[in-house]
Design a protein around this ligand. Structure first.
Ligand SMILES: [Zn+2]
Length: 291
């Protein structure tokens, strides 16, 4: 009888501990204890998120950390739905085009690449064999695929995945903007209304112009680094004043579910690392590669 009671009690204790730890295990890397981190890596199947923001001017009305705050909001909500360990605040990306504005932090090219490489190396050394970089900043659109390509330079025991911008599905609240709607415009201002509404100064949204200044005349397929400054020298591209809570909610929901889908796909992916290893082996002896 006593024995049965002891068993029943320890089972109760075990299930309570289990449900407690399952309910309480944080998705934030920095909030986990060392032993909880081990459990986090196990539960995430080695899948970790690196939400990538930036510090730059966002029109006259949004905070410098808009991209960082938005991407972390979306990534953390996604990880709540599909468990993954989320790396702390990261904002060391490409933003030279905003160096003339106050508050921009623009690290050198070499440091951006070196820091990102060492960060993903360190993540992998700690068990994140699948690193999903979630991009929150348009200026990283070339940097991140290049970084992913550069992983083939030498063998690595982990895979870098990049999730670019997630387009919301058609059918949401109609946009009011008739012109461009990019940086700190209707959409981005709406997103901030969801992630940090206290930081949206909507009354200042019309203090500056977010119109395209059209100061370059080049064919679309000719790229030059000064293009952004030529078109949007005030780091404002659109009309933030048109933002709505409804649009923000719709877009954010889509972003979160896009990240959830990406986490699930990455967890299920058994091919990338296998192919990477095969590639590394073959690249040592290219003359042996048969057609
Ligand atoms: Zn932004």
């Amino acid at each position: 009888m006593l024995c049965q009671r002891v068993i029943a009690f320890s089972m109760l204790l075990f299930s309570t501990t289990l449900s407690w730890s399952q309910a309480k295990l944080s998705t934030h890397w920095e909030e986990l204890t060392a032993s909880d981190f081990r459990e986090g890596i196990r539960r995430s199947q080695g899948t970790c998120l690196l939400p990538f923001g930036i510090l730059e001017k966002h029109g006259p009305h949004l905070p410098l950390g808009t991209d960082l705050l938005d991407v972390r909001y979306a990534a953390l909500h996604a990880a709540d739905q599909e468990y993954a360990v989320v790396f702390p605040e990261y904002y060391f990306g490409q933003i030279f085009e905003a160096k003339h504005e106050p508050g921009t932090v623009a690290y050198s090219t070499q440091l951006q690449l070196a820091l990102l490489q060492e960060t993903t190396d360190e993540m992998a050394r700690n068990g994140c064999k699948k690193v999903l970089i979630v991009n929150g900043h348009g200026g990283n659109e070339h940097l991140l695929p290049f970084f992913a390509q550069s992983q083939l330079e030498r063998p690595r025991d982990y895979v870098v995945y990049v999730l670019g911008s997630v387009e919301p599905p058609p059918g949401g609240p109609p946009h009011k903007s008739t012109a461009i709607n990019w940086h700190a415009g209707e959409s981005e201002t709406s997103h901030m209304m969801i992630s940090r509404p206290d930081l949206v100064h909507i009354d200042r949204a019309s203090d500056e112009s977010g119109a395209d200044q059209k100061r370059l005349n080049l064919p679309e397929n000719v790229y030059t680094g000064i293009w952004w400054y030529a078109r949007f020298p005030y780091h404002y591209s659109g009309e933030g004043a048109l933002a709505t809570h409804e649009l923000g909610e719709y877009d954010m929901k889509a972003w979160v579910s896009g990240i959830v889908n990406a986490i699930r796909a990455v967890k299920a992916d058994q091919n990338s690392l296998k192919l990477q290893n095969q590639f590394y082996e073959k690249s040592k002896r290219p003359l042996d590669t048969q057609p």
